[in-house]
Design a protein around this ligand. Structure first.
Ligand code: BGC
Length: 799
């Protein structure tokens, strides 16, 4: 066997496009391993997708899965959360208040590359005679492993083994272990370990695709200083406009019995440590490469270089073996809390674990930063933070990793002053969070589908409230959360008004809801309902402080100038929120005009015209009843307690056929609501769509990075959909609905410091208390107290 050629698995997963006719790829033909993603043959053909799937990250540092040899690659990259370059947004026609500063995550100094020369000939994968190839993303070890056996034209058999990781326990660290040996001869190896910056090239391809990154042309990173000593080198660079300084260092350890020599070189944009080895048969050369990344907007270059060196020194002392062990231990803990076990669908199990692992990789060490739409696996959406984090990623974290959830909310809190400024700029009171950003400034150049999505404010405090209810972390609420509630409530009061035309109803005009195919509308149902939730939440929080934490209330008044009279206004606006019902159909209109528009003929739209955003001018879409992603249906999930069962069914029946799922954020929500309103097959189909969005490349853009919102949404579809969990206020209830082909589904949740396990099978559901002294839960209509060592079992009822 030699040379490139896709494996069946790769071909099935990545042969695009999966038609929007909703035919799912036959997941069961994939090589199934519940804990691994393995390829057994090298192929360049799917390199762009594979680079995303094999990306490693820890929420701070991300390495794309390009190979050590440095070629062939598609979009090689290294990303740091919060490390961006800014650029002036140029408008053909500008207007007051438009976002001015674009921000793009930077592809930073790359330390992945280790080149191999055998008897002075470069080892080039594309031309090599590969005898064996195995590359594995190991979801339990947290490593990307590779073994290759190839034969040189002179008949020498060379074995190469690499293992790569981005550490979960040391956030600035990545590690590569690299071993090469010759089996049947002697050979001269040159192993060149590199550190270099790339010249950014403007991406080719579809300039009209807003989901991609605009990229830069030329050098984004300007050299500041560099040094090399022994086996260690450090390069320091600074971004031209955003003035962020980055130090990237590498150091090496060698273990071999073969004689070797070494030398290091260092220039402004490249450093190299080169080993020259005379290897006998079965005399392996073992190299460990330590990589450290530190950046800052304030710290001087020297200081950052010293930090990188300290990280290298400290981790060399710990040693690779222990570092790999720590990685596994950290992951054991993650799976213990966050795994979802599916009995009966091994391929689905694999996809689900892949998704959960992606959320972990995107968040676990993100401290001080947000969650980019693609995590740190690619440059799609410019590395921006959206509502994806609060609405799609946080639920999973709140119930399985509350400390990480808290860090992310804390990060939003730190943006509050900028959000206050932005509100002022737009003439509002309170705070207005940016629709998309890295630095905290609004970076959305298209206001109709950007700034107009005011719902971001309500989304943030919605997640905050869920976090506080699930964790019981009142300190966070008092010290940070309350201020967020007050300032966002003020925004709604300012944005909306009591309309005489509408009998004094509180109306919010000129906004865009989640559905970006309908923009700048009056009274978007989702926005109004979430604003209402925001206002009522603010009232409840202030009341709580007044009764239980008077000192914190005093602080809140000092920080926000809060006045007691505001409470009454918030209550009134919430009570009178405009939430009409359409008399003719009995459904809830998505906005004031939605039902007046012409209905888009989805059935007559050929599959290749999806996603519609790439084929139709926005105005054409805005004129029709056609929906990019769940909107009213989204509200029916998030504030489901505000709808009756009949309303939910009517709304779902109306909106579902109009919903294109052109955003990957849609399927998981449609799945949850389909489960609830009694469409189990649809629920399952949509669930698959979410779970496979990356592994089957359903959107055709996995190259640009994994879809983190959908990954979090996959967990939501399992737990809120099939598990039927609802978490309104402090009441946690379950309404299990196991998919027809599954034998069982099991997940664990953390609730106010206690841990429970929910174990569903065909006959019933068992609840177990894993940690804690006991808590009240609800199974369907029955409330029960779950106690230690006393599992509660409920038989399945047909409904
Ligand atoms: C969706 C947004 C989402 C963004 C980033 C867009 O296509 O419409 O809701 O926040 O992608 O994932």
């Amino acid at each position: 066997m030699s040379g490139p050629g896709p494996t069946d698995a790769e071909a099935t997963r990545f042969s695009r496009p999966v038609p929007r006719a909703r035919i799912h790829p036959p997941v069961d033909v994939f090589p199934i391993d519940a804990w691994k993603l393995e390829t057994t043959r090298f192929t360049g053909r799917f390199a762009p997708q594979v680079e995303t799937i094999y990306a490693l990250g820890n929420g701070y540092l991300g390495l794309r899965g390009d190979i050590e040899e440095g070629a062939p690659t598609a979009q090689p990259g290294v990303f740091l959360n919060g490390f961006y370059e800014s650029w002036p947004i140029v408008y053909g026609e500008s207007a007051y208040g438009f976002a001015r500063t674009g921000q793009t995550i930077v592809n930073v100094t790359d330390g992945k590359v280790i080149k191999l020369y055998v008897d002075d000939e470069p080892f080039e994968l594309a031309n090599a005679n590969i005898l064996e190839w195995r590359r594995t993303l190991d979801l339990r070890a947290g490593t990307l492993d590779r073994t290759i056996l190839f034969e040189t034209p002179a008949g020498k058999q060379i074995a190469l083994a690499t293992r790569r990781m981005v550490s979960f326990t040391h956030r600035h660290l990545a590690l590569i272990s690299y071993e090469v040996s010759v089996r049947n001869a002697t050979a001269h190896f040159t192993v060149a370990s590199e550190l270099f910056t790339r010249r950014a090239e403007a991406e080719d391809g579809d300039d009209d695709d807003p989901r991609r990154s605009s990229g830069f042309d030329g050098r984004v990173l300007e050299p500041v200083c560099q040094r090399a000593e022994g086996r260690r080198a450090v390069l320091v660079h600074r971004t031209r406009n955003s003035r962020l300084t980055l130090a990237c260092g590498m150091d090496h350890e060698v273990a071999t019995e073969a004689p070797f020599s070494e030398h290091a070189e260092c220039g402004e944009n490249r450093a190299e440590v080169v080993f020259s080895i005379d290897a006998g048969p079965e005399q392996p050369f073992q190299l460990t490469k330590y990589l450290a990344y530190h950046f800052s907007g304030e710290a001087p270059a020297e200081e950052l270089a010293a930090r990188a060196e300290r990280t290298l020194r400290r981790n060399r002392e710990i040693g690779a073996q222990r570092l790999f062990e720590e990685q596994r231990e950290r992951l054991d803990d993650f799976w213990e809390h966050g795994d979802v076990e599916i009995r009966g669908g091994p391929a689905i199990q694999q996809s689900v674990r892949f998704n959960l692992f992606q959320v972990f990789q995107a968040t676990v060490r993100s401290e001080g930063y947000g969650v980019p739409a693609k995590g740190l696996s690619g440059q799609g959406y410019e590395g921006h933070y959206f509502w994806d984090a609060e609405i799609y990623v946080l639920p999973y974290l709140i119930y399985t990793a509350p400390r990480v959830a808290r860090n992310l909310l804390q990060f939003r809190y730190r943006m509050l002053d900028q959000a206050r400024e932005r509100a002022r700029e737009l003439g509002h009171r309170g705070a207005l969070f940016p629709w998309r950003t890295i630095s905290g400034e609004e970076a959305s150049a298209y206001y109709a589908a950007g700034t107009a999505q005011y719902h971001i404010d309500a989304d943030i405090v919605y997640a905050l409230r869920k976090y506080v209810q699930a964790s019981g972390d009142m300190r966070f609420l008092c010290e940070s959360g309350a201020e967020l509630f007050v300032e966002t409530a003020r925004l709604w009061m300012d944005l909306g008004f009591f309309s005489e035309q509408k009998g004094g109803a509180f109306c919010i005009n000129g906004v865009t809801g989640p559905d970006e195919y309908t923009a700048v509308v009056d009274n978007n149902r989702y926005t109004n309902m979430m604003a209402r939730e925001n206002l009522l939440g603010a009232v409840a929080v202030v009341e709580t402080l007044r009764h239980r934490y008077p000192d914190d209330l005093r602080d809140l008044v000092r920080k926000t100038g809060f006045e007691a009279s505001e409470l009454e206004q918030w209550r009134r606006a919430a009570e009178r929120m405009h939430l009409p019902v359409d008399e003719k159909t009995g459904i809830h209109p998505q906005d004031d005009d939605f039902l007046e528009k012409e209905v888009w003929d989805c059935a007559a739209t050929p599959p290749e015209k999806y996603p519609l955003l790439l084929h139709y001018h926005p105005l054409v879409l805005y004129r029709h009843q056609v929906i990019k992603q769940a909107d009213v249906v989204m509200a029916m999930f998030l504030v489901g307690h505000e709808f009756s069962a009949e309303e939910k069914k009517r709304n779902f029946d109306y909106y579902d056929p109009l919903t294109t799922r052109d955003s990957s954020l849609s399927s998981c929500i449609q799945s949850i609501v389909a489960s609830e309103v009694g469409y189990p097959e649809k629920a399952f189909d949509y669930f698959l769509d979410a779970a496979l969005v990356d592994l089957a490349d359903i959107g055709g853009n996995v190259t640009d990075g994994v879809h983190i919102a959908s990954a979090g949404g996959t967990w939501m579809a399992l737990v809120y959909g099939f598990g039927g969990m609802r978490d309104h206020e402090r009441e946690i209830s379950f309404h299990p609905r196991l998919p027809a082909d599954w034998e069982g589904l099991r997940f664990r949740l953390e609730l106010r410091g206690q841990r429970i396990e929910v174990d569903m099978d065909r006959e019933g559901t068992t609840y177990r208390l894993l940690e804690g002294s006991g808590l009240l839960l609800r199974h369907e209509d029955e409330e029960f107290r779950l106690l230690p060592d006393e599992p509660a079992r409920f038989p399945t009822t047909s409904d």
